[in-house]
Design a protein around this ligand. Structure first.
Ligand SMILES: Nc1ncnc2c1ncn2[C@@H]1O[C@H](COP(=O)(O)OP(=O)(O)O)[C@@H](O)[C@H]1O
Ligand SMILES: [Mg+2]
Length: 1010
């Protein structure tokens, strides 16, 4: 991303988190619009990809483009669906965690196209052998087949998926695709029998009529004109300019064998059967009984071997009740007969579709041998599911679709918030809560047991007595009246009432309000296919149908689950699947309803931005910090801006970033350093840095140019040298004397350098040097060195010393000032204390700090500021009463402080010596000249960090040689001419007491913590 930040004014920001005004929806939409106008359809919100449908082919999906995104970090390159694909793939490989990409958006926003692009990316870029390539092919080819049977032209999308799809692609440990599996959700079966104006039935019907050859149509008893079929005329839109049914038919026919299909004939029989069924008409007899008026249709149905003639004729027009032992046959009325026919058509098509998906799954399934050798595999799931739908008339299907979107939104909120929170936790940064709308209340309203809409609907379907859609609505009103997200005409206030019909209920979804008409809810939920019709289907000659309609189902007295409950349960399973994976999001937006390129309808986009929850997503992302990047990436990009980090930083990454931002003058409130990332709060900070980098670029270019010239000259020189070497060696080879000279040289090898052995000895030297060059130690701690032949022992020793010095110099150059200071102090401590004082070894591994006073600040000491401070205990020279003090060291003197009061000042020039014991105690004495009346006498002190303190003091005072380490006792001056003594003895615990003869007795345990 950074690479194009400079172009941000022209095309907005590539990541919404960098929008200065991130709370403004207008700014958000303006950014989308500006980018869309430049054909930049992708923009990030952090790691979420927002995609706007361009409605035209863009040149951004080529193989070269795929290569550009391969293995490149998300942020290094402009946003793209390939970046998400690649990132997900790499996350799966490196973290060994299953991933999923959730693609959402309303119908026509580009979800299916996005999922196809992701699949194609994997098919092209993943490592593959022949078997895998065949699988990749099957994965890709399953698409046109599924689309033919599951997609249709709607008002919103000429190729609208009328089912939800979740696809798993399984990869082996090498990252090659080895298997796939598809789950399908709620096919919109009602489309088989009815289409709204301007819409079509599923593509396959038109493809068959348009693309099937004459023989095929004759066999199926079909005519080419779709207008002749009742199930194809409702939308009055048999042909669409953007769809080539003929070509698509060819594609599907080609794809079927690839996905292991051998039963096309049976499948097409079913499609034809549905069309014939739709043309079956009924008449009403004198007594209200129904009969089929189109006998020929039934004959056709039989011809295409869908059903048995007699049975169907009887069953479709009659209803058989079981009442006790009596089998009573009652005729269906006209409407009932039509609805039985339609129910049959829907069931046949719906079940065939499910069978088709299973068939595809068999062809994508991991073969046994791969399955068993594939324990280390991982999965990427792709969810392409219907987006939130608000039509003029919304029915049961829209209710289910929108419920699904509520669930996905909930998952989105949970997962994005959760992952955001987790990132803050792992990075050790305090989390700030964000206010967001939690749509759980709406999910509960729909799905809660006993009280939710689905439960009420089920109950109403099962309840004995007269039930109808209106009684369902009343039940809803009784149970849910007063719920803040539920309204009906009766419950509404005047204003809302005016825009609602009496048969509607309104849900206030997170994405907006939708009125659902209850007509058909009960039937669709019941999804009942007359048991007798099921029986007919069980007897079908068509093996696909007999597999779809099982005899056991007819025998089973248990009522199958209602449609909405089935859907709810399958959604629950889907949520479980998604929760177990690491999600990535693609949020698709449709720029206009006219499917036109270049048109950006702001109202439409604003609505989608709102219900996709993008503003909330952005707020969550921006709650803490606008920008975050791993230390290495940040340092790599901005290191030219700081002399200490340019051209290379050799210390710890966090120190490098810290040095860099300090140099750039970042204020503490502007950023935070986590464990592996820097978090920058405001976009402005980043932009300023980016501008500075831009300004610096000419200078960097100049440096690079100079280095390049140097490199070129060096390369030229090497070339010339090599040529000269060849000129020297070739004649030897040519004259064939090499071997003889070599042997001769070996014989004379112990002689002085002479013509006989010169070639051999040169060779020995040369070989050693060559070997040495390859095996030089890489670090100062590496003590290895190739054994030299006797001839070059001396030279080898010189080289060894030189190399070591060289490494040391290089090492020292890399050492940062802070670290250097630390090391110098440690070296001095070692010079003073090593093998002299018992607690020195414990101090070696601990860093020397600049203060031991915790968060306390130093008091003002004029004229110099303290460089070091530590808490000490001072013992009165007379009586040895202990008193807490602070010892502060400046560059020229030390002071002993009691809270804010300076009690004693010790000028370094006057310091006569520093005494410590050889044991592991913290006592030390600062000796002052007794004749100097300005200075007080010696100070007897104790400190827990005695090694550190004395080292620093000795260094600052320039009195390293003045430190005395006394094994048994220390003598000190109490006053002029009067001496005190501290005795040190070993004991079980640390104690400072008054000893004999007025001595101070310090008992020191063998081990001590300094
Ligand atoms: N990235 C894209 N590039 C070009 N055209 C696209 C792109 N995404 C979508 N479209 C166009 O929009 C139409 C609808 O997209 P589709 O993926 O079927 O929508 P959805 O699945 O969201 O309903 C496609 O048929 C195609 O014409
Ligand atoms: Mg789709």
């Amino acid at each position: 991303m950074e690479s194009a930040l400079t172009a941000r004014d022209r095309v907005g920001v590539q990541d919404f988190v960098l929008l200065e005004n991130y709370n403004s929806e207008a700014a958000f939409i303006e950014n989308l619009r500006r980018r869309f106008k430049e054909n930049l359809i992708y923009t990030y919100i952090g790691s979420v990809l927002v995609s706007v449908n361009p409605y035209k082919e863009l040149e951004i999906y080529s193989k070269q483009q795929m290569e550009r995104y391969r293995g490149v970090s998300f942020y290094e390159i402009s946003p793209h669906i390939y970046a998400v694909s690649d990132n997900t793939y790499r996350a799966m490989r490196t973290e060994r965690k299953d991933q999923c990409i959730l693609i959402s958006g309303e119908s026509g926003a580009g979800k299916t196209e996005a999922s196809k692009k992701i699949l194609l990316y994997y098919a092209v870029t993943c490592p593959m052998n022949d078997h895998m390539a065949a699988l990749g092919d099957r994965l890709l080819q399953s698409n046109p087949v599924l689309e033919a049977f599951g997609n249709a032209k709607t008002l919103r999308n000429d190729n609208s998926s009328r089912f939800g799809k979740y696809m798993d692609v399984q990869f082996d440990f090498r990252g090659a695709p080895v298997g796939g599996h598809i789950l399908n959700y709620l096919l919109e079966k009602s489309r088989v029998v009815h289409q709204n104006h301007g819409e079509r039935n599923f593509h396959i019907f038109y493809q068959l009529l348009e693309g099937g050859d004459e023989d095929l149509l004759n066999t199926l008893d079909l005519e080419r004109n779709p207008q002749n079929y009742q199930y194809l005329v409702k939308g009055n839109c048999p042909r669409v300019s953007s769809i080539s049914d003929k070509n698509n038919w060819k594609v599907v026919m080609k794809a079927l064998p690839v996905i292991g299909f051998t039963e096309e004939e049976k499948l097409l029989n079913i499609i034809a059967g549905v069309l014939h069924l739709g043309n079956t008409q009924f008449g009403e007899g004198e007594e209200g009984e129904t009969y089929i008026t189109t006998e020929t249709q039934i004959t056709k149905l039989v011809k295409v071997r869908t059903v048995s003639l007699v049975l169907l004729n009887v069953q479709i027009c009659t209803n058989i009740h079981k009442k006790a032992l009596l089998r009573m046959i009652s005729p269906l009325n006209f409407e009932q007969a039509i609805s039985a026919r339609d129910a049959l058509a829907k069931a046949v098509y719906g079940r065939t579709f499910t069978w088709l998906v299973e068939k595809i799954n068999q062809s994508l399934a991991l073969k046994d041998e791969i399955y068993h050798s594939n324990k280390g595999s991982s999965v990427i799931g792709l969810l392409d599911i219907y987006g939130f739908e608000v039509l003029q008339h919304n029915s049961f299907e829209q209710f289910c679709i929108n419920y699904c979107n509520e669930k996905l939104q909930q998952l989105f909120i949970e997962l994005t918030l959760r992952s955001e929170q987790e990132e803050y936790e792992t990075e050790g940064i305090a989390w700030e809560t964000v206010q967001y709308f939690d749509n759980k209340i709406i999910c509960d309203l729909i799905e809660e047991k006993h009280k939710g809409i689905i439960s009420i609907l089920d109950e109403e379907c099962l309840r004995p007595g007269e039930t109808c859609d209106v009684s369902f609505l009343e039940k809803l009103e009784d149970t849910l009246g007063g719920h803040p997200h539920f309204v009906t005409h009766k419950l509404a206030n005047g204003k809302t009432r005016r825009v609602m019909s009496r048969e509607e209920f309104r849900l206030l979804h997170y994405a907006g309000e939708v009125n659902y008409n209850v007509n058909g809810f009960l039937d669709k939920n019941n999804d009942l296919l007359n048991r007798n019709l099921k029986e007919v289907m069980c007897q079908s000659d068509n093996q696909i149908l007999s597999r779809c309609f099982r005899r056991e189902e007819v025998m089973d007295q248990k009522r199958p689950e209602m449609a909405a409950t089935q859907f709810k349960n399958s959604l629950m399973k889907l949520m479980e699947i998604l929760m177990s994976k690491e999600p990535s999001y693609v949020r698709c937006i449709k720029p206009n309803d006219a499917k036109q390129p270049g048109r950006f309808d702001e109202v439409l986009v604003r609505h989608q931005v709102k219900y996709l929850g993008l503003m909330e997503n952005l707020r969550v992302r921006r709650a803490g910090f606008a920008y975050r990047r791993r230390f290495e990436a940040f340092l790599q990009r901005y290191k030219p801006l700081c002399p200490e980090t340019w051209p290379n930083w050799h210390g710890r990454l966090v120190d490098g970033v810290s040095t860099l931002v300090n140099h750039l003058g970042y204020k503490p409130e502007e950023y935070k350093l986590g464990r592996s990332k820097i978090f920058i709060r405001f976009p402005k900070t980043l932009f300023t840095t980016e501008d500075a980098l831009e300004a610096k670029k000419p200078e960097i270019a100049l440096t690079l140019q100079t280095s390049w010239r140097g490199y070129r000259e060096r390369a030229k020189y090497q070339r010339i040298r090599r040529t000269a070497f060849c000129m020297y060696t070739i004649p030897l080879v040519v004259y064939g004397s090499v071997f003889i000279r070599f042997i001769k040289g070996f014989i004379y090898r112990h002689e002085e350098y002479c013509p006989e052995n010169e070639y051999f000895l040169d060779h020995v030297r040369y070989s050693f040097l060559k070997n040495l060059r390859k095996n030089l130690p890489k670090s100062v701690l590496d003590k290895s060195w190739p054994t030299p032949p006797p001839l070059v022992v001396e030279a080898s020793e010189h080289l060894r010393t030189l190399h070591m010095r060289n490494m040391v110099v290089k090492y020292c150059r890399r050492v940062q000032p802070e670290w250097k200071k630390q090391m110098v102090q440690k070296v001095v401590a070692s010079e003073i204390f090593k093998d002299q004082k018992d607690n020195y070894p414990q101090s070696v591994g601990r860093l020397f700090l600049d203060s031991r006073l915790g968060t306390c600040s130093y008091i003002n000491v004029r004229p110099c500021a303290p460089q070091y401070g530590a808490s000490v205990t001072k013992y009165d020279r007379r009586g040895f009463k202990p008193r807490p003090r602070q010892l502060l060291l400046t560059n020229t003197f030390a002071v002993l402080v009691d809270r804010t009061k300076i009690k004693q000042r010790i000028d370094y020039t006057a310091l006569r010596g520093i005494s410590v014991s050889s044991l592991s105690d913290g006592m030390f004495v600062l000796h002052m000249p007794s004749e100097d009346s300005k200075q007080k006498a010696d100070a007897v002190l104790q400190c827990d960090h005695v090694i550190e303190l004395v080292t620093k003091l000795a260094m600052m005072a320039g009195k390293i040689d003045y430190v005395n380490i006394s094994p048994g006792s220390i003598r000190f001056t109490v006053a002029r001419g009067k001496e005190g003594i501290i005795d040190f003895v070993r004991g079980s615990e640390m104690k400072v007491t008054k000893g004999k003869r007025g001595h101070l007795l310090v008992t020191v345990p063998r081990t001590n913590t300094t």
